[in-house]
Design a protein around this ligand. Structure first.
Ligand SMILES: Cc1cc2nc3c(=O)[nH]c(=O)nc-3n(C[C@H](O)[C@H](O)[C@H](O)COP(=O)(O)OP(=O)(O)OC[C@H]3O[C@@H](n4cnc5c(N)ncnc54)[C@H](O)[C@@H]3O)c2cc1C
Length: 171
């Protein structure tokens, strides 16, 4: 696969993922920025294609914008208390996992978040997620490698790592 810089948008996830193919090492290192819906789907498909993803998530949990936060300390979430999805769950479904709820199509934000968490558990994604780690810089080196810099927020530790591809799933 070409070394590629992906900008993931939810409605284009499947198109972009379609282009992932098993490749010959060493071109199998991917950084995924964000552990919202786009990031966790990317991680699952990368693992299935034989890649080694590192998913970087600035918060200590998955689900991205679906993490409703009554005190509004999570700046990333735009959820509000009484939100119901404006798409039926049948359209929001991700390959490999059904929603537990069967009796209605329009869910509240808590139910969507639970679904995303279940997805992470089902596909063992937690082990590839680096929580509380924020990406601060992404550059392409002259030898065609992506250099991704992160800061582990609790400790302040800064790390730069090389990747063959970067999936930008930051919402
Ligand atoms: C109010 C509201 C209602 C919505 N309703 C629906 C709906 O009904 N149906 C539907 O399908 N979609 C809906 N959406 C769209 C929603 O955005 C998508 O469903 C989906 O959750 C987007 O996922 P994402 O992974 O692209 O982004 P996000 O969920 O935003 O996740 C991005 C993640 O990246 C992390 N991140 C960002 N920057 C960095 C960084 N530098 N380093 C590390 N981590 C980083 C964030 O912390 C976050 O966890 C709604 C959105 C909003 C805001």
């Amino acid at each position: 696969m070409r070394r590629t810089f992906y900008k993931m948008k939810t409605n284009t996830i499947m198109c972009a993922l379609w282009s992932i193919r098993p490749t010959t090492p060493p071109h199998t290192r991917a950084a995924v920025i964000g552990a919202g819906a786009a990031g966790i789907v990317s991680a699952k498909h990368l693992l299935e294609a034989g890649w080694t993803p590192d998913v970087y998530e600035q918060y200590d949990t998955v689900g991205g914008t679906w993490n409703y936060d009554e005190s509004h300390t999570n700046e990333h979430s735009a959820m509000y208390k009484n939100l119901r999805t404006n798409l039926p769950k049948e359209l929001m479904l991700m390959e490999g996992l059904d929603y537990k709820i069967q009796d209605r199509s329009y869910l509240n934000h808590t139910e969507v978040l639970e679904y995303l968490r279940d997805y992470v558990v089902k596909f063992n994604l937690e082990e590839v997620i680096k929580f509380e780690t924020k990406i601060t810089n992404v550059v392409r080196s002259p030898d065609d490698i992506w250099v991704v810099t992160s800061v582990h927020l609790p400790s302040g530790t800064i790390e730069s790592k090389e990747y063959d591809a970067v999936f930008v799933c930051n919402g």
